[in-house]
Ligand binder design. Structure first.
Ligand code: ADP
Ligand code: ZN
Ligand code: ZN
Length: 735
């Protein structure tokens, strides 16, 4: 008798364990390879899981185990290296392994769809059909047309339209056994192109660029690089030339970009350069297209994969380099469910695959800068803008003592006018969408707040709505104060819509265009705006941080930052870092081509050290100051953090739950003072989408100690009665 085998299956359930099943009845042992999907009964449902391993023993008696229903894949969907990487990440980020694994698969695979790219129907002649004389079908002209077409070669079903031949004709010829159909998998457009790799000539590199490319390509093993180059210094050109070399070695390249950096322009730059298939994982793909792209990458058909954070888990059998553009961007961190940081996972992936990884940014995160300073990453600098572009001049406008016109100082309005008269373009940055951030009663100071979150509702005047930017709640703009019924309601503060109106009034002869999440909802809206910008006509662009990234605006000579103060005084210890990055990135939009640029920053606190350092020195000087502060205060990257957060409808419930968790944690702590715990305390945003949020904050100078505590704690909480009732999650390295 053959030995009983037990399948260890990871399932998409919120439990930190795997599940044992018996081998499905009609399968051979050869099919049981880790990484294949399995259909299994789970309670009353059938779930799709991933096979992690096969064992000859199980802790559960055989008669209590059920057989799995079916093995879904002939070959592992996830190669061992990737399977191991995801398991590592689930472990590191304290997330249930099955949920992590399934959540990084394309939706269709998660739902059990076969792992095949779409196929198309093609037609060809049968042997009998081939032997037919040319004029055999004279009496039926349509049939003759089809036959003649097929005599020239196979054709796709779709071509029948342009040929003017209906489905009935195909069926008639098939009945006569003259033609037959077959299914062919769709392939990537560029796979059959001639051998010429480059479709576009690369720029001759300047010395710094050459040095960077040379260093990256000389890496024979894992080698992390920080490519720190001011905006417009030619980082992308370096990526392209590194990739060119990687492709010549018949290897693949992965490029990760921030969420709002994945524009058609970005993708185009890669598609235009290479005669090789590029797949991009962007939000415009439907589930089918996403699966096809994923399979093409995993079969080595795609040479380059471009995507946002989740693309880090794409199988790529001959991956030769990973590039993370704008590595400081916070969209690389997933903020719900499986809370991984794609940049950090990428480092581990590169390490395991023994390949170079390039983190590019004009404003590196303090974590990455810290690693470069400590020689864990090799620092490559680009100090000059590429081509002829010069760095912009930055000036502060003190608005503490002057009356503003709808948020604009007179000096700023004058400066904008001058640039427009010179036929240049102006970019106005304001990190707040909507018309006004506050609706307030002039009589009793009541403000319109979200019922579900503790934030104010933003006035969206065009849609006559109040909206919550955190939970999506919306309501009509009231005519009277809810508290005292006074009709005197004021709009306080300024959003992009209001600035757009103000600028249109001030400059009626120029186009004023707004770029924010609301204005680009229509599919081609952004492209339309960018086309006008590209045409070069004098115009004003007003927008949120969406304009800070990715786009190249050669005619913009003036960048105005309306309000630098928003981020100066925040409770978030990363506030200063983020503000420094944002201001530098926005400023970098000025003077990207032949024309020199300038930047004007309005602030009520022009003497603030952050603004002083940024304007008289640069981001890196600021970053080093901030690092020194973090060291004194014992904050990341000098100590690691993790948060255990509870969300409950009643605030007391979450608090009590966390007090209990804290007791469990204290009992697990080592005698040394390796791990500190703070809390329970309310989260920065205490109420969101009707849930009250409280948290415990863990910090350590010894990461393994923290990892061990969290691991044991998570299992204990998961098993506790309260842990099954309360919504809770662990966030490792939170941002
Ligand atoms: P970054 O990614 O650092 O913002 P880009 O790679 O987009 O910079 O380069 C900015 C501009 O300079 C682009 O228009 C690019 O084509 C051009 N450029 C890059 N490298 C060179 C070079 N060596 N010589 C001339 N122009 C270059
Ligand atoms: Zn009132
Ligand atoms: Zn809300």
């Amino acid at each position: 008798m053959t030995k009983t085998l037990y399948l260890q299956v990871a399932l998409p359930v919120p439990l930190r364990r795997t599940f044992d099943y018996l081998q499905p009845h009609d399968t051979s042992t050869g099919q049981l390879k880790p990484g294949v999907r399995v259909n299994v009964p789970f309670g009353k449902q059938t779930l799709v899981g991933v096979l992690l391993g096969v064992s000859e023993t199980s802790d559960i008696p055989e008669n209590k185990l059920k057989p799995a229903r079916q093995i879904l894949d002939a070959r592992p969907l996830l190669p061992k290296s990737l399977l191991d990487l995801i398991r590592w990440a689930a472990d590191y980020y304290q997330h249930p392994v099955g949920d992590a694994l399934l959540s990084v698969l394309p939706t269709l695979l998660r739902d059990g769809e076969t792992a095949q790219t779409r196929s198309e129907t093609w037609w060809r002649l049968t042997t009998f059909g081939k032997g037919l004389p040319e004029d055999a079908l004279k009496r039926s002209p349509k049939q003759a047309v089809l036959l003649q077409r097929l005599q020239q070669g196979d054709m796709q079903q779709q071509e029948s339209k342009s040929l003017g031949v209906s489905g009935a004709i195909f069926r008639e010829l098939r009945t006569k056994k003259l033609i037959e159909s077959y299914e062919k998998e769709i392939s990537l457009e560029k796979n059959n192109l001639p051998n010429l790799l480059l479709a576009e000539k690369p720029h001759p590199l300047n010395e710094e660029q050459q040095h960077a490319v040379g260093e990256i390509l000389s890496a024979k093993n894992f080698a992390p690089f920080l490519l720190q180059g001011v905006t417009g210094s030619g980082k992308t050109e370096i990526y392209l030339q590194v990739i060119e070399n990687i492709l010549k070695q018949n290897k693949q390249a992965m490029v990760l970009v921030p969420e709002i950096g994945l524009t058609p322009q970005t993708i185009d730059r890669f598609r235009k350069r290479f005669n090789k298939p590029v797949v991009a994982f962007h939000s415009g793909l439907n589930n089918r297209e996403r699966l096809d792209a994923w399979l093409q990458a995993s079969r080595n058909d795609a040479a380059i994969v471009i995507g946002t954070r989740s693309a880090i888990f794409t199988p790529m059998p001959s991956l030769g380099v990973i590039i993370i553009d704008e590595e400081h961007d916070s969209s690389f961190k997933q903020q719900d469910n499986f809370r991984y940081h794609a940049r950090d996972v990428a480092i581990v992936r590169a390490q395991r695959e023994k390949i170079p990884i390039v983190l590019g940014s004009a404003t590196p995160s303090l974590e990455t800068l810290h690693n470069a300073i400590n020689d864990r990453y090799q620092l490559l600098r680009l100090t000059q803008r590429a081509g002829n572009a010069k760095a912009p001049r930055v000036t502060l406008i003190d608005i503490s003592q002057q009356k503003l016109h709808q948020g604009f100082a007179d000096d700023l309005v004058d400066a904008i006018r001058v640039e427009l008269q010179k036929q240049n373009q102006v970019l106005v940055f304001l990190n707040r969408r909507g018309y006004a951030p506050v609706l307030i009663c002039a009589d009793c100071s009541w403000t319109a707040n979200c019922q579900h979150c503790n934030v104010r509702l933003t006035v969206h005047k065009r849609d006559k709505q109040l909206r919550c930017h955190h939970c999506g709640f919306s309501s009509a703009i009231p005519r009277h104060c809810t508290q005292c019924h006074s009709p005197r309601l004021d709009l306080l503060g300024i959003g992009t819509q209001r600035s757009e109106d103000t600028l249109s009034e001030l400059f009626p002869d120029n186009k004023v265009m707004r770029i924010d999440r609301d204005s680009i909802q229509r599919k081609d809206a952004l492209t339309d705006i960018l086309n006008i910008v590209e045409s070069g006509e004098p115009a004003i662009l007003v927008g949120t941080q969406m304009i800070a990234k990715g786009h190249h605006f050669p005619n913009v000579t003036l960048v105005a930052i309306l309000d630098a103060d928003g981020g100066i005084f925040t409770a978030d210890f990363r506030g200063a870092e983020k503000l420094g990055q944002l201001l530098t990135q926005v400023a970098g939009r000025a003077g990207r081509a032949e024309k020199p640029g300038r930047v004007l920053i309005q602030s009520r606190y022009c003497d603030h050290p952050l603004l002083q350092t940024l304007t008289t020195q640069n981001y890196e000087v600021l970053a080093r100051q901030l690092l020194a502060e973090r060291k004194t205060l014992g904050l990341p990257p000098y100590r690691s953090q993790a948060v255990l957060r509870a969300e409950t409808l009643q605030p007391e419930e979450g608090f009590a739950f966390l007090q209990n968790v804290r007791q469990m944690a204290d009992a697990l702590l080592p005698k040394s003072d390796a791990v500190h715990i703070i809390g329970p305390i309310p989260s920065l945003m205490e109420k969101r989408a009707s849930f009250f949020r409280n948290e415990l904050i863990f910090s350590t100078h010894h990461r393994p100690s923290l990892q061990r505590v969290l691991h044991e704690l998570a299992l204990k909480v998961e098993e506790s009665a309260a842990g099954k009732k309360v919504r809770w999650a662990i966030d490792v390295d939170p941002i």
